[in-house]
Design a protein around this ligand. Sequence first.
Ligand SMILES: Cc1ncc(C[n+]2csc(CCOP(=O)(O)OP(=O)(O)O)c2C)c(N)n1
Ligand code: SF4
Length: 313
Amino acid sequence: MMVKKKKLSKIFDYFRDEDPFAGGISICSGCPMELLLRFMSKVLGKDIIIVGTPSCSAIVLYGQNIGSWHKLSYYGCLMTGVASSATGITRYYRKIGKDVTVVCFTGDGCAADVGFQPLSGAAERNENFIYICYDNEGYMNTGVQRSSTTPFGAKTSTTPIGVARRGNETTGKNLPFIIAMHKVSYAATATLSHLEDLAKKLIKAKEKKNEGFAYIHVFSPCPTGWGFPMDLSIEVCRMAVRTNYFPLWEAERGKFRLTHKIKKSRPLKDLVRMIRKFSHLTDEEMGMLEKEVHERYRLIEGVTQMMPLKETP
Ligand SMILES: Cc1ncc(C[n+]2csc(CCOP(=O)(O)OP(=O)(O)O)c2C)c(N)n1
Ligand code: SF4
């Protein structure tokens, strides 16, 4: 009997180098940010300089006790100055004629709040580096505080559920859209359930950084801070895409394209019921969150029609 040879997943075709990270890293099990770091380095290759900040990722990048957990070049920076430091490092290497890829790797607390001004400045100047923000919708490393990307209604340690407050009262800042509207060379959203989409965007960011600023905003749910079992991380990512909670798109110089269109979206409740930080929501509060998600989707759908980006072969 002929045994059919199993085809390897296409994803291996995107890997340039081995995983530069050690095994057994002491970070929460099931954290998508760790998977992102490993995946990113395999796709971008080892000729990168990572510029990072105090955050959950510093545990992996800066290291603990015995030293760092990887073989990459890493510059540990203040939360306020990551994009300015990356600007200096990039310009230095360009000046001496060395082709290296500088990659800022930060959480949403740094990107959207504490380090937003230098990020916006670097985007506006269209500096030649990559900025990757892993968005776990809060300051996780310091105890799950709210950030400006925390969505409406979410329970965090600074937006608790009680008599006076019922979770986060504001709508989350749409950071990837704000950066795209700087008309940078490249901006995109991505997540860990759609690996081929993520790999293509990383490769494109590496090419586009020769023309100017390249930004990727990665949805990175946090099992510890959000309250869901660690083996559901990728399912949460997938459901966020299927419900249009986190649409996948890319933009080049202010022109937009959806990279993964959802034919029939799932109800937002299918995502929300997986996550404890939303478990208190009343029907009315759920309606307000749905409105936020719907408006955000309508916005991106609208710009893909008004300012379309043609698909590159
Ligand atoms: C200017 C400044 N403010 C506050 C802190 C304290 N701090 C250390 S880690 C951290 C959380 C960072 O949050 P985020 O960037 O979202 O990354 P995450 O912890 O979620 O991985 C904070 C606030 C700091 N190091 N520097
Ligand atoms: S607290 Fe959340 S973001 Fe931080 S390492 Fe744990 S799972 Fe990852």
